[in-house]
Design a protein around this ligand. Structure first.
Ligand code: AMP
Ligand code: GLY
Length: 432
């Protein structure tokens, strides 16, 4: 067969600074047809990833990123985090002619406004808990009293995982309402009250090209800081995939009941959604219920999933960005299981200890990858901790027992003062 000599090697820019973006950069650099990957701003490990270089432009600096795309002749930008997506970075970059994997500000409302997302779901008939939006404190308190039972209280904006209170009592729900209107969400704050639902949670990520969807294996996150799923919520302390909670038939239900109708509802609003559609689902006794939508990959679900995806990834993301997923090569999947454990800083998710040297991180291999997350390079070049979640340790094997054993062995190789982690990640799927 003749080589595909007409296509040049892709030049890809990944925007963001977390473990998610390092995993994306690593997976894209391994993909077929990729020449060079840049990560901006990246973190303490980005410049060491094979095939990757690091830039210093912040994720909020649209004009500098536009200029960088022109100067480096970037073919594809992959935007990792929700904040620049909600701020319209994808729109800005598309306006200068580059292909972008990530929705515009219109589509990102799925994540940036709970009220917008809930209304869209209601209109599209997507299963999700009943809800009551409120534009001010008095309205919210009156709605709560009228219901007469504790409801889930959700601030209506990006809150980095800190805008939701699952109230056990009316008093707790009232306090959460007061906090939203008094606190950092400001005088213009609004919120959504939601019926509480029960059941295990699982996440499904679909790659979208505006019209079509490609579903990835389901992943399960561990949001609480403490073992036994106790204590405050975090960004995620570990994950595994494929999550056995959803078998092939259940994934098909997610496609039909949740993802397809949501994409159609976006289209009906004139939104050309190209990027990740992330459905956070609860499996309730009554069936599927959408807890939240996000407009990006989950972190650490992304680190967990990337090693399972085939070398076609870059071509698939480019095809999504260009609205032609039907012409992309099929995305192959590695068999077996992937396990991820987060090494967090002391104090996380509260006030964290920072600036400690991070040691023992080897280059990502085929079965064990240690991705930098909250790290940076000190002026003398040493790598130090600089965020709540410092490293994501990911491993693959034929079953979950072996994958987690390998991940925890990897974790034992790394060190920083105050390193904190959960020993029970994957307790749902491990036998030992
Ligand atoms: P969110 O930021 O919307 O993902 O919510 C954070 C967490 O709050 C979720 O992962 C759930 O554990 C919980 N949660 C959100 N909505 C509900 C609900 N309607 N019923 C029960 N728990 C919920
Ligand atoms: N791990 C959950 C999230 O990224 O929202």
């Amino acid at each position: 067969m003749a080589p595909e000599a007409t296509q040049h090697d892709l030049r890809i820019l990944v925007v963001g600074s977390g473990g998610r973006e390092n995993a994306l950069g690593w997976a894209l650099a391994r993909s077929t047809g990729v020449g060079q990957v840049w990560l901006s701003p990246g973190n303490g490990g980005s410049g060491d990833l094979p095939g990757c270089r690091q830039l210093e432009i912040g994720e909020g600096d649209g004009p500098a990123l536009q200029q960088c795309c022109r100067e480096l002749a970037i073919d594809l930008v992959v935007i990792g985090p929700e904040v620049p997506l909600a701020a319209g970075l994808a729109d800005q970059l598309r306006a200068c002619g580059v292909a972008v994997f990530g929705p515009g500000a219109d589509g990102a409302q799925l994540e940036s406004s709970k009220r917008w997302a809930k209304t869209l779901m209601q209109e599209a008939g997507v299963p999700s808990a009943g809800f009551w939006p409120a534009a001010n404190r008095e309205e919210a308190l009156a709605l709560l009293e009228a219901q007469g039972r504790p409801l889930v209280v959700k601030a209506d904006g990006l809150a980095a995982g800190k805008g939701v209170t699952v109230a056990e009592t009316l008093e707790e729900a009232r306090a959460a309402i007061e906090a939203i209107f008094a606190g950092r969400f400001g005088p213009g704050a609004s919120l959504v009250l939601e019926e509480r639902t029960h059941g295990p949670e699982v996440s499904v990520f679909a790659l979208c090209d505006g019209e079509r969807l490609l579903l990835l294996p389901a992943a399960q996150d561990h949001k609480r800081i403490g073992e036994g799923d106790t204590g405050p919520n975090t960004g995620g302390m570990g994950a595994y995939a494929p999550a056995p909670l959803l078998d092939a038939a259940a994934i098909e239900e997610v496609r039909q009941q949740v993802l397809e109708p949501t994409l159609r509802a976006l289209q009906a609003r004139g939104i050309d959604y190209r990027g990740v559609l992330y459905a956070g689902l609860m499996l309730t006794p009554q069936g599927l219920s959408v807890i939240e939508f996000n407009c990006r990959f989950g972190d650490p679900e992304c680190e967990t999933l990337m090693p399972l995806l085939g070398e076609e990834l870059a071509q698939v993301l480019l095809a999504c960005a260009e609205g032609r997923l039907d012409t992309a090569p099929p995305l192959s999947l590695r068999s077996g299981c992937s396990a991820c454990v987060i090494a967090a800083a002391e104090g996380y998710p509260g006030t964290i200890r920072q600036g400690d040297p991070v040691e023992g991180v080897a280059s990502p291999g085929d079965e064990l990858q240690i991705f930098h997350a909250g790290t940076r390079r000190a002026p003398d070049g040493t790598c130090v901790s600089s965020g709540g979640r410092v490293l994501a340790v990911v491993a693959q094997a034929e079953d979950f027992d072996a994958a987690f054993a390998r991940a925890y062995e990897g974790l034992a190789q790394v060190h920083f003062t105050g390193m904190t982690y959960r020993r029970d990640i994957g307790h749902q799927v491990r036998r030992r």
